[in-house]
Design a protein around this ligand. Structure first.
Ligand SMILES: [Zn+2]
Length: 502
């Protein structure tokens, strides 16, 4: 049960949006010094427009440089036309149209589509999740409170917890990310930087253990929105690589600037440099976010219309704005680096769930590659119970059916091929460069391309499947990134590939 509530928030966080190039009529922007940029205008402010070109690149054009803008058919016309052209019973068609509208920042129209989908197919997971509905014991809940109550949770402050957790909190305990409980007093002692004599050196005998102390979520910080102004008085801060639009005060802006820039460094290691500044909006409260964005209470943020939008605050039992930002900004960065919709859902969500776990240490360094404890638990429990999903299934599950457990498997598979191993990392790199990255073909309707690339490097899907299942059981949710990595490298070195045994 705890698993459900821990997992739930992050599942809802993100979704990758679908773009139809073929049917969408372009906008054309005439530039003052001659030339025309064609594409799909996804955002416009007083200072600039963002235009997504056919290639998928997103370009930012300063208004000063623009002579005039010629717009393709308006959104309303096109939406109406598409709606009418859909067959009356085409649930998936309406779902795709909803995603298309959502990508253009048109939440109201998107919801209209999702509601239609549910009328046609009440168990359509994709539409349900996008409307913020939650499933428990085969029943869908449209209201978050009813859902948690049904699961036996009770409210503690702003969050839903199990009754026994509430007792712990009330008795003055706090929960560490690894699930252990400590007294609140001990917590304040922990983050103190140990003196140089007591701090274990990386080369010391216990050098396997990392020297930094994993942090507890700083609830006080995420609850503090002092210094914020009304939303219409917000400002746009250029953090270097991001344009951050927010009505938060100086202290929070400083934190998010640091977070975004550190994330940028990690993203660019994986994806290469971004071609333009990425846009992020952070509302100072959940209330504002719901009010201005028209989202249900269970949504922590989203990526759409080229922007990441979220709010300053806590998210579920373990998440916060940091988790949401790290997840959604992965989608954004991936799209900007590679072009939208080049990769299948298992890949994009695998990456987003990989990055969503990041932690600052006491010196301000941002660590990634943290074992995603909630996701790992799901996978390990299911495999133990003999209910694990196969690699083939993971690779072929379409977005509309990609539910919570798929996120967990996607996380573990990406962790394995993209981070934990050395030889398998070649599959990841090859797949990136040939299929889903900047220069890739983007042809990924089924698992064929991944299979071909793996096979060209000497691995069959069956072999990868057995390796994956055994490897994932060796991880521990408490592992530090380097521990998990070392363990994985050793496991990889010891593994006898079937092909080699022949
Ligand atoms: Zn996502």
């Amino acid at each position: 049960m705890i698993k459900a509530v821990l997992l739930f928030p992050t599942i809802l966080v993100g979704f990758l949006v679908v773009v139809y190039y073929a049917a969408y009529c372009e906008d054309a922007v005439k530039i003052l010094d001659g030339g025309t940029v064609r594409g799909d205008i996804i955002d416009e402010t007083d200072e600039y427009i963002l235009i997504r070109r056919k290639s998928g690149d997103i370009q930012q054009l300063s208004k000063e440089r623009i002579e005039r803008i010629e717009r393709g058919p308006s959104f309303n016309e096109e939406f109406e036309q598409r709606w009418k052209s859909l067959g009356e019973k085409d649930a998936d068609g309406f779902f795709e149209l909803g995603l298309w509208a959502e990508d253009r920042g048109r939440r109201k129209e998107a919801e209209k589509c999702y509601v239609r989908v549910i009328e046609l197919n009440p168990d359509h997971e994709g539409a349900r999740e996008r409307l913020g509905h939650k499933k428990y014991k085969d029943k869908w809940y449209t209201n978050e409170d009813d859902y948690y109550k049904a699961m036996g949770y009770v409210k503690f402050g702003d969050i839903w917890v199990m009754p026994e957790e509430k007792e712990k909190y009330e008795a003055g305990f706090v929960k560490l990310p690894d699930g252990t409980w400590i007294k609140r007093e001990e917590l304040t002692k922990k983050p103190e930087t140990p003196s140089s004599e007591t701090r274990p050196k990386p080369s010391s005998p216990q050098g396997k253990k990392e020297s930094w102390q994993r942090q507890v979520r700083d609830d006080a910080f995420f609850k503090d929105s002092s210094g914020s102004v009304a939303w219409n008085q917000r400002k746009t801060v250029d953090t270097g690589h991001y344009l951050l639009e927010t009505n938060l005060g100086e202290k929070q802006v400083k934190f998010y600037t640091r977070l975004l820039e550190k994330l940028y460094v990690e993203y660019s290691k994986m994806f290469g440099e971004a071609k333009a500044k990425c846009r992020v909006m952070i509302y100072s409260s959940h209330q504002e976010f719901m009010q201005y964005e028209g989202r249900g209470g269970g949504v922590g943020g989203y990526y759409g219309g080229g922007r990441v939008v979220c709010y300053h605050g806590l998210f579920g039992a373990t998440g916060s704005t940091q988790t949401v930002l790290a997840h959604e900004c992965t989608h954004q960065f991936h799209d900007m680096a590679a072009g939208i919709r080049k990769a299948p859902i298992w890949f994009t969500e695998g990456l987003a769930t990989f990055f969503e776990c990041s932690e600052f240490d006491e010196t301000g360094k941002l660590h990634i590659g943290i074992v995603n404890a909630d996701r790992l638990k799901t996978v390990q429990e299911e495999i133990k119970a003999g209910r694990g999903i196969s690699l083939e299934e993971l690779l072929t599950t379409p977005q509309a059916r990609f539910g919570g457990r798929h996120y967990a498997y996607a996380w573990s598979f990406i962790y394995m091929i993209g981070y934990g191993t050395k030889n398998l990392r070649k599959i990841f790199e090859e797949y990136w460069s040939k299929a889903v990255g900047g220069g890739g073909s983007g042809d990924n309707m089924r698992s064929d391309q991944f299979r071909r690339i793996a096979e060209s490097l000497g691995y069959t899907l069956d072999e990868l499947q057995s390796f994956w299942q055994e490897w994932v059981m060796t991880l521990n949710p408490k592992d530090y990134p380097t521990e998990a990595r070392e363990k994985s490298l050793k496991f990889e070195a010891d593994w006898k590939w079937r092909c080699k045994k022949k």
